[in-house]
Ligand binder design. Structure first.
Ligand code: URA
Length: 240
């Protein structure tokens, strides 16, 4: 059960404030009865009619997917390539929260909660994202560390970042770097490394805010529990 105005707003019919107005003006019916007080609660299984229009209500669904490489992070592809929504079994129309490149693996959320999606992808909320990048080179630590000061990509300096050098393998001529960022610009991690002269040959997102891939193999997914969903909302609301 949830407050009626919240259910109406979540359906996309109008804002929460407008929904309150409609309720007070006696324009909203729940299961055939006019509800004109603001404390009322309803469920997503109720039939809610506003000015004669029946709302389409979907239960909110939140999925954490370990996206494999070679899968598109969109809801549909005109060229028929496999997308993240092909992997998950759901009756709802789910959309990814942000994007991972076709050749990037790792954690991606899928949901039909547009409000949470917008909060999570808004740059001002600075949601932490942790990536593991493989570089086919023996990196110079000071050069990689310079990513923390910001580099120019697409004409704009990148924001705060944290770098951890996990491994430099001189024999195999490769390095593994953990990069934490708080923005979500297009191909951001690859472009940041490119800006300092390195090419990312493999990329994986290991963490999104407090959520990790623990317990999942590539291609597997799980539903978030209510505590995790509330925590995601709180993460966004705590940041100015
Ligand atoms: N940065 C990238 O370059 N690619 C991704 O998929 C995610 C972040």
């Amino acid at each position: 059960m949830e407050r009626l105005q919240k259910i109406i707003a979540n359906s996309g019919y109008c804002s929460r404030r407008k929904a309150e107005e409609l309720i007070l003006n006696g324009k909203v019916k729940v299961n055939g009865e006019v509800v004109n007080t603001l404390g009322s609660k309803a469920s997503y299984n109720d039939t809610i009619v506003i000015n004669g229009v029946t709302l389409k209500l979907e239960n909110k669904e939140y999925i954490l997917l370990y996206k494999p490489r070679g899968v598109l992070s969109s809801a549909h592809d005109d060229k028929g390539r496999k997308t993240v929504t092909d992997i998950v079994d759901s009756l709802n129309r789910l959309y990814p929260v942000g994007r991972l490149d076709y050749d990037t693996s790792g954690l991606i959320l899928l949901t039909n909660d547009g409000e949470l999606t917008n909060l999570l992808i808004h740059p001002s909320h600075e949601v932490e994202k942790v990536y593991i990048a493989k570089i086919d080179d023996v990196v110079i630590p000071s050069k990689v560390k310079s990513l923390e000061k910001g580099v120019i990509i697409d004409g704009k300096k990148t924001g705060k970042a944290k770098v951890k050098i996990k491994k430099i393998d001189k024999k195999k001529k490769c390095s593994i770097i953990e990069l934490t960022i708080y923005e979500g610009r297009n191909h951001q991690v690859k472009k940041m490394f490119e800006a300092i002269g390195y090419y990312v040959s493999k990329l994986k997102r290991e963490r999104f805010s407090f959520l990790t891939l623990d317990g999942l193999k590539s291609g597997e997914y799980r539903h978030l529990n209510i505590k995790e969903v509330k925590k995601l909302y709180a993460v966004c609301k705590n940041v100015k």
